[in-house]
Design a protein around this ligand. Structure first.
Ligand code: DGJ
Length: 729
């Protein structure tokens, strides 16, 4: 619900459990007043939240109309550069006369039920207008004609707030936008920890929690993709916030390109949180009459700790960000040949893998890198998306048919945004890649990135995919992206528009994806980027799952999946069992651990099952049966991280089905401790009055007992895993 108090000019956004309040102080300053636990009071005024004049005596001003007033720590809802607010601006533009001052004041506003889509950008959505309310507040700079429309949506039941910004140039002259952040929120204190998700290839999203320092702390990307190094997510939590208790504020950007996300703490201990497109490497020339739309920021508050915050993100993304027929249905158990063969395969090898997989219950075979052009290693052929007849003489059609005859679906790997210098595509179109005239084109992984800021290149990418998807029976696409951008430049952009490159690239990518998913609604798309280097909500809008990491080791995955689950649901995480010793870390873990950890996500295998012994094959059959039985609870249940892996030797995740009828507790001992004490695992989120049967033992427990007294467990062996299933009686 969104209320507007006309007399005080205060907007009050309410979701099921939260309130977000801001308004026009003295009809002039757009100030942020409150964000947190839901307020039910009908009458809200400025003095309740902000007695600025009283406490800011050193500002030399006696009232808000005093020209000596400093706004430097007045909590702002949208900050521009050029006035007395000297902190990180939400918006920065340069006008024709060289001035970069913007002064915005109220123009108009509308409040309506539902939520409109964002033009050309991914965003959360409603299926029914009652699910959310939207405020569009328009501000105007009289001198330049720049209008800024701040859009806020309050998702009632889903408990989240989204924000985005539209800039409209109603003036006569072109304006250069240098920064348009999607959300800035001013907190009145600095008593928070900053949690973010740093990582690297094969080590993505390992949460880091640090105290706020005075000054700026920023995580960002200027690599062209959201990246493995940093994720467009952070949380601010109180010092005493835990997994299950305390205030947690989460920020996430629905965007796959360069971003900035951070907090600025000023000398007065106020904290300005911000998230949006990275202003570094960004410029946008806005002609008279044109509009610029920022990506959407998702803001989540929970007073139930990090777990509460994560559950809100999970449900919102699972149900109102992901789209298409695969959003709500169980997806395929797949087998992927990458770690089994790398580039070294032919039809016979692939069919051998498929045959064994079909015998154990796998539903889809994915042919990974190496099926096209002359690609026998990573030196060539990206861009030549026609089959390698030496490896597959009967073509993809024959292979797909033979896989289908085994009762399985067929899936295919592409890396559509790339081109190898050694490819027919590059030889024909050397200007199609990202490059800057007379500069070197660095060839990371022997490849270049295609320039998706160009329409002709986007058309080519679309057509290459279209050709394969419309002629071969392909049920799944793995969309890979294996290097970051460098030597930035586009052959078609004018000199004064080169600064638009990064954002135009992402818009081009999104336009291709939008067309493809609309054209092929029955194809399941999975996004990938050297593992999980583009695990972001932007990609999830087009593809409901992402390959979480190239690190398939069970123990490493415990940490990677934990960090990823801070913001993203398990239903979005591709997770596979691979061979031991593990190819990334050389570790040997039992097949049971590899299976139980992978099956929380979108489950599959990344090995040649012919190489397993009989016991292992039996284990695989059981895993697939278990997954078929429990997958829907892992994916659409509420996640409670009962014990998190930083604690060292044990991790426990609980999933509670929406109706609370099924509860799964997935435990893993990472490092056993001899003769260890008995611990008690207290479950969460159960029906307190119900009785639950533990399937493994046939014993019944009251929901209250499971939550308050807990169930005993002991650490026995390294990588020992157990899945406990409770059924409400
Ligand atoms: C990186 C991906 O993460 C891997 O799974 C695999 O598809 C390779 N690329 C293929 O080049």
């Amino acid at each position: 619900m969104i209320k507007f108090d006309e007399a005080n000019k205060i907007f009050h956004l309410q979701t099921k459990n939260t309130s977000y309040v801001f308004g026009f102080l003295k009809d002039r300053f757009l100030v942020h007043l409150y964000w947190g636990k839901k307020l039910v009071s009908e009458q809200l005024d400025y003095d309740m939240f902000l007695d600025y004049m009283k406490y800011r005596r050193n500002m030399c001003a006696s009232d808000y109309n005093d020209i000596r007033l400093s706004r430097d720590c007045l909590p702002s809802e949208f900050s521009t550069f050029g006035n007395t607010d000297q902190r990180t601006p939400s918006f920065h533009a340069v006008y024709k006369n060289g001035s970069f001052i913007t002064e915005l004041s109220y123009d108009s506003h509308i409040i309506y039920k539902g939520k409109k889509p964002l033009k050309c950008l991914p965003a959360t959505y409603v299926e029914n207008d009652d699910e959310a309310d939207t405020l569009e507040l328009t501000l105007k700079d009289e001198l330049t004609g720049i209008k800024v429309v701040l859009s806020y949506t309050a998702f009632n039941e889903l408990d989240a707030i989204t924000r985005s910004v539209k800039v409209i140039n109603t003036g006569a002259d072109r304006v250069r936008l240098d920064a348009v952040l999607s959300a800035v929120v001013d907190f009145k204190d600095n008593d928070y920890d900053f949690i973010h998700l740093p990582g690297a290839w094969a080590r993505e999203r390992h949460p880091e929690r640090v105290s706020l320092m005075t000054g700026k702390q920023i995580v960002d990307s200027a690599r062209g993709n959201s990246s493995a190094q940093h994720n467009p997510f952070f949380a601010l939590v109180k010092k005493d916030t835990t997994e299950s208790m305390g205030d947690a504020y989460g920020f996430n950007l629905v965007y796959s390109g360069n971003f900035t996300a951070g907090v600025e703490v000023d000398p007065y201990n106020t904290s300005r949180a911000f998230i949006g497109i990275n202003p570094f490497g960004f410029e946008w020339q806005l002609e008279s009459g044109e509009e610029f739309v920022s990506p959407e920021a998702v803001l989540v508050y929970s007073d139930c700790g990090l777990g509460g915050m994560s559950r809100i993100f999970h449900k919102l993304y699972r149900t109102r960000l992901c789209r298409g027929k695969f959003r709500d249905i169980e997806r395929y158990v797949l087998i992927n040949n990458w770690e089994a063969t790398y580039f070294n395969f032919d039809e016979e090898k692939i069919l051998n893998i498929a045959k064994k997989a079909s015998e154990v219950g796998v539903e889809l075979l994915v042919l990974d890198d190496g099926w096209f052009g002359k690609r026998n290693n990573d030196n060539s052929s990206l861009g030549d998306w026609y089959v390698n007849k030496e490896k597959l003489p009967g073509g993809l059609t024959q292979l797909a048919r033979k896989v289908n005859e085994l009762g399985m679906k067929f899936g295919l790997w592409f890396e559509p945004e790339m081109v190898s210098p050694d490819s027919d595509c590059y030889r024909a179109h050397p200007d199609w890649c990202i490059h800057s005239k007379d500069r070197i084109r660095s060839e990371g992984r022997n490849q270049l990135v295609l320039d998706l800021s160009r329409q002709d290149v986007c058309d080519h990418v679309y057509n290459s995919l279209y050709e394969n998807l419309s002629t071969v029976n392909i049920s799944y696409v793995k969309w890979d992206y294996n290097r970051t951008m460098s030597n930035i430049g586009s052959a078609l952009l004018a000199a004064d528009k080169q600064g638009e490159f990064f954002h135009r690239y992402i818009l081009g990518l999104y336009s291709v994806l939008e067309k493809l998913v609309a054209e092929f609604p029955d194809v399941l798309f999975e996004s990938c980027s050297s593992g999980g280097a583009r695990f972001d909500p932007g990609m999830l809008y087009y593809m409901p799952q992402t390959w979480t990491s190239d690190d398939t080791d069970a123990l490493e995955r415990v940490f990677i999946q934990y960090g990823t689950s801070m913001c993203y649901p398990y239903s979005a995480m591709g997770a596979h069992v691979s061979i031991v010793p593990n190819h990334q870390v050389g570790r040997t873990t039992p097949i049971s651990a590899r299976g139980n950890i992978a099956m929380m996500g979108q489950f599959g295998y990344e090995l040649d099952l012919n190489k397993l012994n009989e016991n292992e094959i039996e284990a695989v059959k059981e895993q697939i049966k278990t997954y078929k039985k429990l997958g829907s609870v892992f994916h659409s249940g509420s996640l409670y991280r009962l014990v998190t892996p930083e604690n060292g030797n044990f991790v426990s995740n609980e999933f509670v089905s929406e109706d609370k009828n099924t509860v799964i507790v997935s435990n893993c001992v990472m490092r056993a401790v001899p003769n260890s004490p008995v611990y008690y695992l207290k479950l969460q989120g159960l029906d307190v009055n119900a009785v639950y049967l533990l399937e493994e033992t046939g014993k019944c427990y009251g929901g209250d007992i499971l939550m308050s007294a807990g169930i005993p467990y002991q650490l026995t062996k390294d990588y020992d895993t157990r899945i406990l299933v409770f059924k409400k009686q």
